[in-house]
Design a protein around this ligand. Structure first.
Ligand code: ATP
Length: 261
């Protein structure tokens, strides 16, 4: 289990961005983390993968434990070795390298299992197998997302942290990515899925958390969140009457949300 307890994160010594976040990702599960822009989701992932330093961020309180052992002081490389890999928002593949070279880069912490992991990734993503020699920059958005996922899997992680894998993708590709996440999870990888696409995330997660301005404001089984009127209204774009709300309505959710009143 990956567990975050009462985590506080400050940027630039002054800006308190996570304000006592607690969250559990049990081994074998898919857990969804939802929240609007700027809620602090990416910051939480940075804390879990040891990348706060790079962004002038620092954990000032709380802990992150992996199977009961504190890991929040480990370097990014040590965390990958311990089985935690992250797929960043915006894909961040190496555009000038080929698909296979990108995948090989992902294996640098697990060189002995390179051939085995490469085989596994190319089986999971036939489109990457077909385009193995292609320069990654020429792949479509969906293919690049698959490459980013594949590269993270090359480290042989036990825990995969996904930051908005569906961002900017057409609905058919979002479904494809969702199915791949389900398959990856079936193969034994635990997933923490950060998404603004709440419907997609909650459709495959067992449990979901909703974050707002650096705090967890909801912590419930995914099925309950899907049925919750506030979640429907503010994150699924549906009013109580089932009508699709405009983005503008949804954007003004802060004023009207009921769970904090
Ligand atoms: P998004 O979906 O837009 O990425 P998010 O929920 O992931 O949103 P974060 O990116 O974690 O949110 O940002 C949380 C807050 O921290 C925001 O107010 C943001 O401006 C601030 N922030 C993020 N990175 C830094 C940084 N390197 N230095 C200072 N402030 C930062």
């Amino acid at each position: 289990m990956l567990e975050v307890r009462n985590l506080e994160v400050v940027y630039d010594d002054v800006m308190l961005v996570l304000r006592g976040v607690s969250l559990k990702v049990p081994a074998g599960s898919v857990v969804a983390l939802l929240g609007a822009n700027g809620a602090g989701k990416t910051t939480l992932l940075r804390a879990l993968s040891g990348l706060l330093d790079v962004h002038d961020g620092e954990i000032t309180k709380g802990s992150v434990t992996l199977d009961g052992e504190p890991v929040h002081e480990l370097s990014p490389a040590r965390l990958v070795e311990r089985g935690i890999s992250q797929v960043f928002e915006g894909r961040r593949i190496f555009a000038e390298l080929t698909v296979e070279e990108n995948l090989r880069v992902g294996a640098h912490t697990a060189p002995r299992r390179l051939a085995e992991n490469l085989d596994r990734v190319l089986t999971l993503f036939p489109v990457l197998a077909e385009r193995r020699e292609s320069v990654a920059g020429y792949l479509s958005g969906g293919e690049q997302q698959m490459l980013a996922l594949g590269r993270a899997l090359m480290a042989g992680p036990r825990y995969l942290l996904l930051d908005e894998p569906s961002l900017g993708l057409a609905p058919a590709l979002v479904r494809q990515i969702r199915d791949l996440v389900v398959e990856i999870n079936k193969q034994g990888v635990t997933v923490l899925l950060v998404e603004q696409n709440a419907r997609m995330a909650l459709s495959i997660a067992e449990h979901g958390y909703v974050m707002e301005t650096g705090k967890i404001v909801m912590d419930r089984p995914a099925a309950e969140l899907l049925a919750d009127e506030d979640i429907k209204e503010f994150y699924l774009g549906l009013g109580a009457e089932g009508a699709v709300k405009s983005f503008r309505d949804v954007k003004h959710y802060k004023r009207r949300k009921r769970w904090l009143s």
